[in-house]
Write a protein that binds this ligand. Structure first.
Ligand code: SF4
Length: 367
């Protein structure tokens, strides 16, 4: 009692070298950042900027755009200039787009030097151009596009193959004294992915971009990503995250933020503590929790709101929260900061909770 509420951490962050992706620091002591990728054609500047604006509003901190054609490369300068968050150009195979992205003012480029090694001196030239512009590179190894040599050596995309591939790619830049790098080693299987990142974390100090690739539709992808990121972040591994879902990218950002909040890697915002309901429930808890969540959506202050179905655990949980309701007998006891402030009829519970939440939010913002 009376102690400041310092969030408990699962682990100290692994020490990584810090890189600067535009205005966002990644690695070192920088907070773990959340990123996503646009789904528009990059050459459609209006649609891409619109989606980036939506992503920015949802809390996305870094955005990646694909750059498969010259038209896409031509759009990068306007997108990079008008985006409110750093833009990373995602490039495969064509070195000319890497130079275009650097010239366009992109904050970083994702490219695998192994793909462009066959072009004479291109890796060296990219290292030079990126270094001169202060643009970091993400090396992104994916199970689906693993180097043939490693596929032959390991037979499939094992954790060892993924980690070895990434470190070999990095060495192609290191040969030219370029170390402004972050790395990802993505696989659709969370167990392989977790082990690949663990191996990588043991063998280098580059910041790591976590991702479960092709994680699937929203429900499955959310769980795969949460489990895999949770396992790694709980060990202090991971400097920036991207949840991949077959769903609109704003959903990826919401999931990413929720994962970081759940692990106390970011201050929690609104948190609804609602019971699962059971045979004792004297109110429709699902409906009540949904209505309270909907009514408080977008609230930025760290408020814990308890929605409990009966008086068994209800008053206890509701007291622990900033605000809460314990239902029973067609009524709801409303708690604020541990005290019952009033009892209202069931039909007034949602309205009363929202009113009280707004009052608390105003006090917190004023403080
Ligand atoms: Fe059941 Fe009451 Fe616990 Fe909800 S609070 S799960 S209704 S015992």
């Amino acid at each position: 009692l009376g102690m400041p509420d310092v969030p408990i951490k699962l682990a100290d962050r692994r020490k990584t070298r810090q890189i600067q992706v535009g205005s966002v620091a990644v690695g070192g002591d920088a907070p773990v950042s959340v990123q996503s990728m646009t789904t528009t054609r990059t050459s459609d500047i209006g649609a891409t900027l619109q989606q980036i604006a939506e992503l920015t509003a949802s809390g996305c901190q870094i955005v990646r755009v694909a750059c498969p054609t010259q038209d896409d490369a031509d759009a990068l300068a306007t997108i990079a200039r008008k985006s409110q968050i750093p833009v990373i150009a995602d490039i495969h195979f064509q070195p000319k787009y890497v130079f275009a992205a650097i010239d366009a003012g992109c904050a970083a480029v994702r490219v695998n030097p192994g793909n462009i090694k066959q072009f004479d001196d291109k890796v060296k030239e990219i290292a030079k151009a990126a270094s001169a512009a202060g643009v970091p590179i993400r090396i992104g190894v994916n199970a689906g596009s693993l180097d043939r040599r490693l596929m032959e050596k390991y037979g499939k995309a094992t954790p060892e193959a993924l980690a070895e591939s990434a470190l070999w790619e990095a060495s192609l830049f290191e040969e030219h004294d370029f170390r402004d790098i972050k790395i990802s080693v993505k696989h659709n299987d969370p167990v392989i992915m977790v082990n690949a990142y663990r191996l990588l974390a043991q063998q280098c100090d580059y910041p790591l971009h976590l991702g479960v690739t092709e994680a699937g539709p929203a429900f499955q992808g959310t769980i795969k990503s949460a489990v895999a990121f949770g396992a790694l972040l709980a060990e202090g591994i991971g400097d920036t995250i991207r949840v991949s879902l077959s769903a609109p990218p704003v959903e990826e950002v919401k999931v990413g933020i929720q994962i970081l909040e759940s692990l106390n890697l970011r201050q929690r915002r609104l948190e609804i503590v609602s019971c699962p309901s059971c045979g004792r429930a004297q109110v429709d808890v699902y409906k009540l929790a949904d209505q309270v969540s909907a009514g408080l959506e977008g609230m930025e202050v760290p408020l814990r709101v308890a929605v409990m179905g009966c008086v068994v655990n209800g008053p206890g949980e509701a007291r622990e929260a900033d605000l809460g309701v314990a239902s029973g007998n067609g009524k709801g006891q409303i708690f604020v900061k541990g005290e019952v402030i009033k009892t209202v009829p069931e039909s007034m519970i949602v309205e009363t909770l929202i009113d009280e939440a707004m009052k608390l939010a105003e006090q917190m913002e004023a403080a």
